[in-house]
Ligand binder design. Structure first.
Ligand SMILES: [Zn+2]
Length: 144
């Protein structure tokens, strides 16, 4: 019974491609589109649906984004205080989390892989038990 009803609706929509259901998740109202690519019954619902999608993305990424931004801030603070070489403990004490970075780059003159936290990279310069790193800043001018 339910399936037949849906089929009838599909046939209706095929007959009039301008007759659509609003894609805003809290509306879904049937409307007559002015253009074939119109998905929402009005601009406000387009805006609201896009805000819903943006919030979903923020909710899914905020925890890791927070960690990566904190990592960046820690490196930035060391870098601009003049301490561009740090060891593992220095970073740990500030709450640095080695698990998350924005990307990895290959060293230009070698095979070492450098983790980056936005524009700040951490180059391992001594792998003894203290694990010494050099902090590099790719677009080095601005202290933001
Ligand atoms: Zn709508």
């Amino acid at each position: 019974m339910q399936k037949e009803f849906l089929n009838v609706q599909n046939v209706d929509n095929q007959m009039d491609p301008y007759k659509k259901n609003c894609k805003y998740r809290y509306c879904n109202r049937e409307f007559v589109a002015k253009r074939l690519n119109q998905l929402y019954c009005n601009y406000d619902h387009k805006k609201k649906e896009n805000n819903c999608k943006a919030k979903e993305i923020r909710d899914k990424t905020k925890d890791i984004d927070f960690i990566i931004r904190r990592n960046r801030r820690i490196l930035k603070d060391f870098f601009y205080s003049g301490k561009t070489e740090v060891n593992y403990n220095d970073l740990e004490l500030q709450g640095f989390n080695h698990k998350y970075s924005t990307h990895i780059e290959k060293e230009s003159d070698g095979n070492a892989r450098i983790p980056y936290y936005y524009e700040y990279g951490l180059v391992l310069i001594n792998s003894d038990i203290w694990r010494q790193f050099k902090i590099i800043n790719k677009n080095g001018k601005f202290n933001i």
